[in-house]
Design a protein around this ligand. Structure first.
Ligand code: GLY
Length: 590
């Protein structure tokens, strides 16, 4: 499908831009955009089955929290490569009655036996990221999703539907089977080599003759149905302390590839945490998002604070405004690498990083005609940006809002399924910096062992460590304007999540695009010295030449992000839901 971006942009802008727009007249989308308008409730998720399940829960008297939980379990069934009970997430909630915004941290934790040098090889070099570091037992963190959602449900569920009941749609789909989506089929193909290494994974994602499941094949997950049924019957203790915990720990400890250090005590002691919401402002809007251990919210607010010093609406989507955003992104990523990690282990200079004054100085350092050279600590990142992680945005009829991003990290996480229980384990610990010190480390480690004693002097804030949460980039947001909801959004994409969410925000607020266009236009990301771009971004050769003259270098990436968003329309009484055209999700309202 093609999307007439330029027409929409000009029709919806307040200004007429005379400079060449840095977008092609036709933006190629991966799939048709799913869009709906409503005045009562709205659900947007990465999969139509999850959206339907959430709507059923709302229909049955549940609220946005109940609906999000049911959608999460269905995503575990239909999108097992992205999220589920083997992973973790961040939940941002607006309670319409108390008008409170609360955030919950269900981030995976490193086991007690993890250590700073756990991802270095015998020579002290980081294990190659793909596939070595992300595959097998070593990168598996203690899953947080179940404890997170149990806690959110206890605090803010409607009270009309018990937690156990919310598994029902997922159990049915896992038991009866669902057609493999295009995205899941591609994910299996992409990760075939990793999945094949583990018998329990082969059993689910390959046919008995060894061929991988293809689009529209029926994916039946009896083991996962049994797991959900057991948890629904016995409570989440069955997962954290019972039979499932034992199987999970054994899967990690006795993994045929890079065994990990997880123990049953790690699971038993895990807790999800309620944290203060991170707050920032941007051109009269209030932004509420997740604070550390996610870097997503801090980086988003820092970029926006820097951009607030420039009139982006005056520049329009031209090389000038793209140059400013690229430079702002680079500076926020630099701060992210230097300062952000688990707040329970680091003193993070949050006040400074979020201050308008700090951003003003950064803005003043931007030169219009040349790029700023940075000596940032290198960014290592998963490039598979569409299929990893998932986002759920919900508005219920009472006006409660959920913005929930959930993940098992890479596509298919560690690639390991817990045998007999049918769920994929995360590789979240690879979100730690593999190289734990700022200045590099040398030294030899005995094979297969991690030396807790060999700790470098200048540990990075995101160095691996016992019971630490790896730094995330997930960035679920709820944005208000004049005290009224304005936007609920989030996206997958590893650390590309940060530019994806920021560009949606600036597309809406600065360029006044409708939500479907804000999600559709070509994306760019400056995490390091090069600018990563989707192919359509490169189509306006005049604009690209302009940016190249300033010193920008471009790297082509596959489409990134799979945002799920709800925006309120001007009258405040209706809202529009949009699922990213790069994915095959669904927005549906009532
Ligand atoms: N694993 C993706 C993130 O936490 O940012």
């Amino acid at each position: 499908m093609t999307f007439p971006f330029r027409k929409i942009f000009f029709a919806s802008s307040l200004l007429v831009f005379t400079l060449p727009a840095l977008v092609s007249s036709e933006v190629e989308l991966v799939d048709p955009v799913s869009i709906d308008r409503a005045a009562n409730a709205m659900v947007v998720t990465a999969d139509p089955y999850a959206t339907e399940a959430a709507l059923e829960i709302l229909e049955a008297g549940g609220n946005a929290v109940d609906a999000a939980i049911a959608a999460q379990w269905v995503l575990n069934v239909v999108e097992p490569e992205s999220s589920g009970i083997g992973g973790g997430g961040f939940f941002v909630y607006y309670d319409s009655k108390s008008k409170a915004i609360v955030t919950f941290d269900g981030r995976e934790k490193a086991p007690a036996r993890a250590a700073p040098k756990m991802f270095l090889d015998e020579e002290g070099n980081p294990l190659p990221f793909y596939p070595d570091r992300i595959t097998g037992g070593l990168p598996v963190g203690v899953p947080g999703t179940l404890k997170l959602l149990k806690r959110v449900h206890e605090r803010f569920g409607s009270g009309n539907l018990r937690f156990e009941k919310l598994f029902a749609p997922a159990i049915e789909l896992a038991e009866e089977g669902v057609p493999v989506s295009k995205r899941l089929a591609e994910a299996i193909q992409e990760e075939e080599g990793r999945l094949r290494q583990f018998e329990a994974s082969r059993k689910i994602f390959f046919h008995p003759d060894g061929s991988p499941l293809r689009k529209d094949d029926i994916l039946v997950q009896k083991d996962l149905a049994r797991t959900f049924t057991k948890i629904a019957g016995e409570g989440i203790g069955a997962f954290y302390e019972g039979e499932i915990a034992r199987a999970l720990v054994n899967t990690v400890k006795y993994a045929p590839v890079r065994p990990g250090f997880l123990e049953r005590t790690d699971l038993a002691f895990y807790e999800a945490v309620e944290r203060d919401a991170l707050h920032g402002t941007y051109r009269g809007h209030d932004i509420f998002t997740m604070g550390p251990p996610s870097s997503g919210g801090v980086a988003l607010i820092e970029i926006l604070n820097i951009l607030e010093n420039f009139s982006l609406i005056f520049y329009g989507p031209t090389p000038d405004s793209f140059h400013l955003a690229i430079e702002a992104q680079k500076m926020a990523f630099d701060d992210r690498a230097r300062h952000l990690g688990d707040p329970d282990f680091n003193k993070i200079p949050l006040k400074k990083l979020l201050s308008k004054d700090y951003a003003r100085k950064k803005a003043q350092s931007i030169k219009f005609e040349e790029v700023k050279e940075m000596d940032s600590p290198a960014e290592e990142a998963s490039l598979s940006a569409l299929g990893n992680t998932s986002h759920i945005s919900i508005r219920d009829s009472a006006g409660n809002l959920v913005s929930y991003t959930t993940t098992i990290e890479h596509v298919f996480g560690s690639a390991m399924v817990v045998d007999g229980w049918g769920f994929v384990l995360n590789n979240e610990l690879t979100d730690f910096d593999a190289e734990p010190g700022f200045e590099g480390l040398s030294g030899v480690m005995p094979k297969g062992h991690v030396l807790a004693s060999a700790v470098p002097k200048t540990l990075k804030p995101n160095a691996p460590g016992p019971e630490k949460r790896p730094r995330s980039s997930m960035c679920p947001v709820i944005i208000f304007k004049n005290g009224q909801p304005f936007l609920i959004a989030g996206s997958p994409g590893g650390s590309l999540i940060i530019p994806v969410v920021q560009e949606i925000v600036t597309n809406l607020i600065d360029f006044r695009l409708p939500l479907e266009a804000a999600l559709s236009v070509p994306r760019f990301a400056a995490r390091g010295s090069a600018v990563e771009v989707e192919s359509d971004f490169l189509k306006d050769s005049g604009a690209i030449d302009n940016l190249k003259r300033r010193g920008h270098r471009f790297v082509l990436r596959k489409p990134f992000g799979n945002a799920q968003a709800i925006a309120y329309e001007k009258n405040g009484g209706t809202f529009v839901g949009v699922s990213d055209p790069r994915g095959d999700g669904s927005a549906k309202g009532t």
